[in-house]
Ligand binder design. Structure first.
Ligand SMILES: NC(=O)C1=CN([C@@H]2O[C@H](COP(=O)(O)OP(=O)(O)OC[C@H]3O[C@@H](n4cnc5c(N)ncnc54)[C@H](OP(=O)(O)O)[C@@H]3O)[C@@H](O)[C@H]2O)C=CC1
Ligand SMILES: O=C1O[C@H](COP(=O)(O)O)[C@@H](O)[C@H](O)[C@H]1O
Length: 460
């Protein structure tokens, strides 16, 4: 833990991330009595403080229509704006004046990666890096070399312990919960390997498109936007060897990623939803993928030969952040499977939902009623919201961590290095992505990789 922050500065306060996640998170911190410091918004747009407050109210109402007025008033009273171009040193001079007296500010870079460099240079030149922490959003660069260059720039301005690399999936309770599932339940560990598991399928699906972020998204695509970071973080939690202590989790994560082979275009399907090319901000003839499905190999004794099938996409049928662990079919001929069509019963499945409807569903075999030795599948769902009640959103937890100087839920730079190595072969290929209809499950060609073409989400 470090010293508690005395100001939060958000670069890109006019943007999508600030609206959808950061302003609501600040409100929730105020609601729980955990804000207590000024919040300075930075943007090129010349917003008055009043416009920021009005935007904050709208942002909060989107997620909490029953706004708690005292909490909102606390947030509103702490918000102010500083505007200017990110490359203009005048912006940082004005910011330094606003921060006079602040000893431990947090600088949150909620801007597209192209702006990170200017922001870090500006903060350093104005002497603001000497006394603050910086939070950098993913994706970290565009590839391995630009990511290293960004890292060098950050390290030249801020000491290592004051650089926090953000992947909000690490702050999601259900994602963190994968560790509890694996390591706090003795019955999973003995079956968590190639002897028992036939396939791991990870899906990050969204029902919506780029939602006005095409300017950012078109330069990124699904691989950089979510596969390189969120999907591989989940894969690492599934694949890692058991860490001996909580402090070893980071090492176990790095080690798991080091054993993942680089992805290959031969076992990848890229797609682009119809209509994407007409969105403002998308380059004419863009070959950016809005969908990707790929097979990942984890080269360890535990996982050799078990495909990890990862897919992510926008404008798909449902919102889903899911992991399906598919077990091998049972051996032995005592029962025939009523729904397997070929003798032995279906393999059990453990379906983990890590998004808003978080929980899990076991698919079990039970005896079919009647005289014959036949089993059939039943699904046993568990809804964690019902059991545990509402939990804090990832951005609230991670903003709070950044303010306290708690760093274990931020990304280790070695992880980022590995993530770029793994996705490297998929970056900017020449082939155009396959078109797909919005509202479906992406290009049918992905079925050859083993993706479940009609996933039954079985949310309770
Ligand atoms: N949106 C999301 O759901 C998530 C986003 N992220 C990450 O957060 C970061 C910000 O994302 P998001 O808010 O969606 O991005 P936006 O495209 O909404 O950009 C944020 C702000 O940055 C400024 N900006 C945009 N483009 C440029 C540019 N070319 N040059 C200078 N300033 C620019 C704009 O503010 P102004 O012009 O007023 O300065 C804009 O409001 C990205 O790194 C993204 O990967 C991470 C998780 C989720
Ligand atoms: O990082 C990003 O994540 C969001 C999805 O986040 P979630 O918490 O709603 O699962 C995605 O929409 C966005 O494109 C991406 O930049």
């Amino acid at each position: 833990m470090g010293t508690r922050a005395d100001t939060v500065v958000i670069f890109g306060i006019t943007g999508d991330l600030a609206f959808k996640k950061l302003l609501p998170a600040l409100y929730h911190l105020a609601l729980r009595g955990g804000l207590g410091v000024p919040v300075v918004g930075v943007a090129r747009s010349r917003w008055e403080d009043g416009r920021l407050v009005a935007t904050a109210r709208k942002a909060v109402e989107e997620v909490r229509p029953d706004v708690d007025e005292p909490a909102f008033e606390e947030l509103a009273g702490r918000l102010s704006m500083v505007s200017g171009d990110y490359a203009d040193e005048g912006l940082y001079r004005r910011l330094a004046e606003r921060l006079e007296g602040a000893e431990h500010p947090v600088f949150y870079l909620a801007v597209p990666p192209a702006v990170f460099g200017d922001a870090v240079d500006g903060l350093r030149a104005a002497g603001l890096a000497d006394r603050g922490r910086v939070v950098v959003e993913k994706p970290f660069g565009y590839d391995a070399s630009s990511s290293r260059a960004l890292d060098d720039k950050l390290r030249s301005a801020f000491p290592a312990e004051r650089i926090l690399r953000m992947d909000h999936y690490l702050g999601k309770e259900p994602v963190e919960g994968l560790l509890a599932l694996r390591f706090a339940n003795a019955f999973f560990e003995p079956m968590w390997n190639r002897e028992h598991i036939a396939k791991v399928e990870i899906t990050l699906a969204e029902k919506f498109g780029t939602q006005g972020r095409a300017g950012f998204y078109d330069a990124a695509g699904a691989v950089r936007d979510v596969l390189q970071n969120h999907a591989l973080q989940i894969a690492a939690l599934i694949a890692m060897e058991p860490p001996a202590t909580a402090e070893q989790v980071q090492e176990a994560r790095v080690d798991a990623l080091r054993h993942m082979r680089p992805l290959s275009l031969d076992t990848t399907v890229r797609g682009q939803y119809l209509g994407y090319q007409d969105e403002p901000g998308v380059a004419p003839g863009s070959t950016t993928e809005t969908y990707v499905a790929t097979r990942l190999s984890v080269d360890t004794a535990r996982w050799r030969g078990v495909p990890f099938v990862l897919r992510a996409g926008k404008n798909l049928r449902e919102n889903a952040t899911d992991v399906v662990i598919g077990l091998r079919r049972p051996t032995g001929a005592l029962f025939a499977g009523a729904d397997s069509g070929s003798g032995s019963p279906e393999g059990n499945q453990l379906h983990l939902r890590l998004g808003r409807d978080d929980g899990l569903t076991f698919s079990l075999q039970v005896k079919s009623p009647g005289p014959d030795a036949v089993s059939r599948t039943v699904r046993v769902p568990l809804d964690l919201e019902t059991v545990l009640g509402p939990r804090q959103e990832a951005y609230e937890r991670l903003l709070d961590d950044a303010m306290r100087g708690r760093s274990d839920r931020f990304v280790d730079p070695r992880v980022i290095e590995e993530q770029w190595r793994i996705v490297g072969p998929l970056l900017d290929p020449e082939q155009a992505p396959l078109p797909y209809e919005p509202g479906g499950w992406g290009p049918a060609e992905a079925e050859r990789l083993g993706v479940d073409a009609h996933p039954e989400r079985s949310a309770p």
